[in-house]
Write a protein that binds this ligand. Structure first.
Ligand SMILES: NC(=O)C1=CN([C@@H]2O[C@H](COP(=O)(O)OP(=O)(O)OC[C@H]3O[C@@H](n4cnc5c(N)ncnc54)[C@H](OP(=O)(O)O)[C@@H]3O)[C@@H](O)[C@H]2O)C=CC1
Ligand SMILES: O=C(O)C1=NCCCC1
Length: 345
């Protein structure tokens, strides 16, 4: 049994967070990621698995490895900060993982948000492979409001269209909330994230109505038809499309990254990263409001529950986090076998 394993049956192994991080870190290093970036990716991936964000947890590890092997992403890239002291800080991720770039710039972004009331971080030439909530939640833990936007590869058709133009383009938001964990949401602007389409294909589930179209543009609930030349639809028709387009503007046009449509998949494997981008906006709420910002956030969340919405975003995640802290993080036997294989390859 792996050291640090809490319990193990033939079906499920429960790992402590630290053991999972260490295992993932070793896998990333073994497959060409620098020690610094491997630690960042491992922490992020383990957080996703811990909180039950399965579309971006260890399910993604084979994808990380194949992008590294193909040269699609440079695991040893050294991001470069371009900072002239203004509120907006730029980072060239140099074809590396976005998480390495944001980790490098985080102290400057925090300083700018505290000193100037707002800090903006514009990352380009990067590849974001994971969930966005781990990017924003830590700012709220420090009393700040954070928003983030990422674009990726075109897999979403606009309503009425035939050609995929947008990425699944998520938006994440976090705000401190008095007496409770922060209020956080993190959602793609597509009807469903591509990671969940891949999981549905792997596990033989159908997608919900309105999720996607096949290669001829006909509505489909078959995940394989979406992945095999089809496309996803934005959530909520034109309203989701407007958000997807806004993400292209903020994460690509404003950062200097590629639009999702400009990413050349035909070059994969063997290309560099999609060279898309990520934008952060971090605001110090002490500069606005009436000095009771976190209390007001708690108040509006409570009012929303009282108005009938029992589940707020991140309730499920925080519940899962509390449960896995007690039980360990459950890893299915086939995933455990895969991780063991990847670490010893
Ligand atoms: N890097 C990238 O380019 C991309 C990453 N992603 C990631 O994929 C992940 C999944 O995205 P997506 O499938 O759109 O997310 P979901 O639709 O699963 O969830 C979106 C948000 O809504 C909340 N939520 C879900 N169900 C309910 C409900 N019934 N009532 C109230 N709130 C609810 C979730 O909270 P909770 O978490 O607690 O369930 C979450 O904050 C995200 O983390 C996203 O960042 C997506 C696209 C691209
Ligand atoms: O699930 C998704 O959608 C994506 N996740 C990470 C990479 C781009 C798309």
């Amino acid at each position: 049994m792996l050291e640090g394993t809490m319990t193990s049956t033939t079906e499920i192994t429960h790992l402590t967070f630290d053991v999972l991080v260490d295992l993932l870190r070793k896998i990333f290093v073994r497959h060409g990621v620098s020690e610094t970036t491997a630690a960042i990716l491992a922490d992020n991936c383990a957080r996703a698995e811990r909180d039950g964000s399965f579309s971006h947890g260890i399910f993604r590890v084979p994808g990380y490895i194949s992008t590294l092997k193909s040269g699609w992403v440079d695991g040893k890239a050294q991001p470069v900060i371009e900072d002239d002291g203004a509120a907006l800080i730029r980072v060239d991720a140099r074809n590396g993982f976005t998480l390495a770039a944001s980790a490098l710039a985080r102290p400057t972004l925090l300083e700018r948000a505290r000193e100037q009331g707002v800090g903006v971080l514009a990352i380009r030439n990067s590849h974001h492979f994971s969930a966005l909530w781990p990017d924003v939640e830590p700012f709220a833990d420090e009393g700040l409001v954070a928003l983030s936007f990422v674009n990726s590869m075109a897999v979403v058709v606009p309503p009425g269209g035939k050609k995929a133009i947008f990425g699944t383009n998520p938006v994440a938001f976090a705000a401190p909330r008095a007496g409770q964990p922060p209020y956080v949401f993190d959602q793609s602007s597509s009807a469903i994230a591509n990671g969940d389409v891949q999981i549905a294909a792997r596990e033989g589930h159908s997608l919900r109505e309105g999720a996607g179209v096949d290669r001829d543009g006909n509505p489909t609930t078959d995940p394989r038809a979406v992945l095999d030349g089809g496309a996803l639809l934005p959530f909520g028709g034109y309203k989701g499309a407007s958000i997807a387009l806004m993400v292209e503007i903020l994460a690509a046009a404003l950062t200097g990254g590629n639009f999702s449509r400009e990413v050349d998949w035909s070059q994969h494997p063997g290309a560099q990263t999609p060279c898309t981008g990520q934008l952060f906006i971090v605001i110090d709420p002490a500069r606005g409001g009436n000095g009771h910002f976190a209390e007001r956030v708690a108040e509006i969340c409570d009012l929303t529950r009282e108005a009938g919405q029992e589940r707020l975003p991140s309730d499920r995640r925080f519940r899962t986090r509390a449960e896995t802290a007690r039980t360990g993080i459950p890893i299915k036997a086939k995933d455990m076998a895969l991780l063991q294989e990847l670490v010893s390859e």
